[in-house]
Write a protein that binds this ligand. Sequence first.
Ligand code: SAH
Ligand code: SF4
Length: 350
Amino acid sequence: MTTNLYDLDFNELTQFIIKLGQPKFRAKQIWEWLYRQYAPDFASMTNLSKSLREKLDTLATLDTSKIAAEQASSDGQTKKILTQLPDGNYIETVLMRYNRRRTLCISSQAGCAMGCVFCATGQMGFFRNLTVGEIVAPVLHFARELAAEGQHVTNIVMMGMGEPLHNYDNTLKAVNRLTDPAGFNLGTRKITISTVGLVPAIRRYADEGRQTPLAISLHAATDTERDKLIPVNKRWPIAELLDACRYYIEKTGRRITFEWALISGENDTVEQAQALGRLVQGMLCHVNLIPLNPTKGYGGGPSSRERVDAFQQTLARYGVSSTVRVRRGVDIQAGCGQLRDRVAPPKPSN
Ligand code: SAH
Ligand code: SF4
């Protein structure tokens, strides 16, 4: 049995090192190799003795995945990788370059159990939770690649495959890992956790008083409409979800973001915009409007420019601020779950 060092926090790594009969300070050296130098393997950890490096090679691993597909958008600003985990599951990671920002969109699960109808990941179903190591490995992969160009990861959004709050513990451990000042040292406010709206988990998150921003995938402002798009709305309807959001704002003093994929003729109507305006009016929040990325398993299409503008203007009348986000990497199927769909076989029925 090998141990994946990316799965260990600093204390666990220290225990692991002590068990190998090594002095404690080796843990700090290794930690820096992993999270400051982005070392790809043990051989490159040159301040460790050769015998320790060889020992680690037999007893431990780092990134256990392999790249199954890689795509760059035609403008070169977006790059997506599909990695295959040792058990055959796939996950996706996207790098988006925008001005000085280098934003990574990372995954928390292989597949997703939430079944949102418009989402490629939802359409494939749930395979399993990712380990902490599996969540952070793609970040280190891109950090290494960017470092070679003198750049670094500036932002992370948990908007790849999976529902982060459905894999709560590992997601938050990964956030801890990536924000550790003695390690990867990303600012706590530079990682956004996006959730479909798991109410008890949102409340738990609020109670922890974390500074890591939260985005809520709302997509509809009435239960009738949201039920059609997002099955978990039947379990936690909009009123309960909004209560949890208000609780989060109260506890943390932080603004919340609502995500809204605009689907032509579906949730892009004036009525939906008005309902949303009434729902979040006066709240410490912001709305991100994103024209839908079409997926194979769903008939809906993106809203027209006019519809998007009208939607935004309606929100403005309620004093609700919003941003229209460009659909980035559409030509490389950078929407979540879309690359795996092209490469991997469908989930076997069981
Ligand atoms: N499970 C989490 C995070 C992953 S999905 C969540 O749902 O929030 C990341 C974002 O992409 C969510 O806002 C989701 O609703 C959105 N999304 C999924 N499929 C999409 C599509 N086809 N077009 C536009 N946005 C989509
Ligand atoms: Fe899961 Fe998010 Fe996709 Fe819904 S939108 S199926 S929660 S990944």
